[in-house]
Design a protein around this ligand. Structure first.
Ligand code: ADP
Length: 399
């Protein structure tokens, strides 16, 4: 079966068509600037192979339906076609916030009230994610539309991990609790780590660190998430590119009273002007390193704050798990940045975590172990693959 995976953003659509017979990528692409005067579409047929063909379009793309139609045309018609449209047996959609949904679902009409309800949990993402699914349903009548929620993996967290200590009515009436995010990635790398360690995921405890522009961690006990660092929204937890992560909630009031800022402005500062960018002016970790190399003291501080926060969470999750078999780094920074990995694990020898300097320095797209032979906790770098994870979930459901 061939499965189309879609990640629909507010003005973009990322897509990938996979042949599930061998999990190969037949085509992939990115539609951007939807709704602007000029849109773009960058498409690759057979990416990463000798047969790779790249197509670039520049034209107005008024809405997501038009963007998706262009993508499907490129995948299924013309010189670079990689499939017949009829071969697409399911469409998998990434959805950031699932609220009460604790597993992937095939969309049914009756679900829409509950699905629409999730939009307030991720107002920047969910309306676009679900809108993409609606458009795909129109373009592929009768083909199962599978929603894979970024929060689903975290639904196994016990109440003591997901409850905030605020009046209970806000949980009951407003569903305010911790939901987490990046769950598809945490689940995927936990499974891969177990496979690489030659163990069943049910038999080991892992700490997974997804560190990209957005960053989160999960404590995974016997294959089930028992804690994660993101909360009601993806703002809580680690220091991110532009997001503050953990913060004294009284900072809101302090800024409102002392600076006269309104709630929307404060929210914008914490989401878009904070994190690495807030500390040193650079939200991209590569720029932070370049600044450190130039002797920029603020960039050094940003790196220290970022890695210290993650290290603190490793300590917390070691306590939450009781025993740790492996730590996994993944996503843009986790997969590529040996300096961040080394600084994060620094000083954790008494936790049984020791990085092998040479193994850590190797640059590769492959999964690899970077701990020393005498490190009792295995430390891994494992590339995430959210598209494949979504396609596998969709396949399992439609089968
Ligand atoms: P997103 O959350 O947008 O999916 P990514 O997982 O692509 O983010 O991660 C983006 C982050 O990864 C950026 O901070 C970028 O600097 C960092 N990154 C990517 N490549 C490298 C690299 N070679 N070295 C250090 N950091 C990198």
């Amino acid at each position: 079966m061939k499965i189309l995976v879609i990640n629909s953003g507010s003005s973009s659509i990322k897509y990938q068509l996979l042949d599930m017979a061998d999990e190969s990528i037949l085509g992939t692409g990115l539609v951007e600037r939807i709704g602007e005067a000029q849109g773009t579409l960058t498409h690759k047929a057979h990416p990463g192979t000798d047969a790779e063909a790249v197509v670039k379009l520049e034209q107005p793309i008024p809405d997501h339906g038009v963007g998706l139609q262009l993508a499907i045309d490129l995948l299924s018609t013309g010189d670079n076609a990689v499939c017949n449209r009829e071969e697409i047996g399911a469409v998998g959609h990434r959805v950031v916030a699932g609220g009460p949904f604790n597993a992937p679902v095939i969309i049914e009409e009756s679900m829409w009230p509950d699905l629409t309800e999730t939009e307030r949990l991720a107002p920047l993402h969910n309306p676009a994610n679900l809108g993409g699914a609606k458009e795909a349903a129109k373009l592929f009548p009768g083909v199962p539309q599978v929603l894979v929620f970024d929060t689903a993996f975290h639904q196994t967290m016990p109440p003591h991990a997901y409850m905030y200590a605020i009046p209970y009515e806000y949980y009951e009436k407003d569903r305010i609790r911790r939901y987490g995010a990046h769950g598809t990635s945490h689940k995927y790398v936990a499974g891969e780590c177990a496979r690489l360690m030659g163990k069943a995921v049910e038999d080991i405890n892992l700490i997974t660190i997804h560190m990209g522009n957005g960053a989160s961690m999960a404590a995974v006990k016997n294959g089930r998430c028992v804690d994660t660092s993101m909360g009601l929204t993806p703002l809580e937890g680690l220091v991110m590119g532009t997001r503050c992560g953990d913060l004294d909630p009284a900072v809101h009031n302090y800024l409102a009273v002392n600076r006269g800022l309104d709630v929307a402005t404060i929210d914008n500062i914490l989401h878009k002007e904070s994190g690495l960018k807030g500390l040193c002016g650079y939200g991209d970790m590569r720029d932070v390193h370049a600044a450190v190399d130039r002797g920029d003291e603020r960039a050094k501080l940003a790196l220290e704050v970022q890695t210290y926060r993650t290290r603190k969470y490793i300590g917390a999750y070691t306590a939450a798990l009781g025993h740790v078999d492996g730590v996994v780094f993944t996503a843009g920074i986790g997969e590529n940045d040996d300096i961040v990995r080394a600084k994060t694990i620094e000083g954790l020898e008494s936790f049984g975590m020791k990085i092998d300097v040479e193994a850590n320095a190797i640059r590769s797209k492959e999964a690899r172990k970077i701990s020393t032979a005498d490190s009792t906790v295995a430390i891994w770098v494992i590339p995430t693959n959210e598209e494949l994870a979504i396609a596998r979930e969709a396949l399992a459901l439609v089968k």
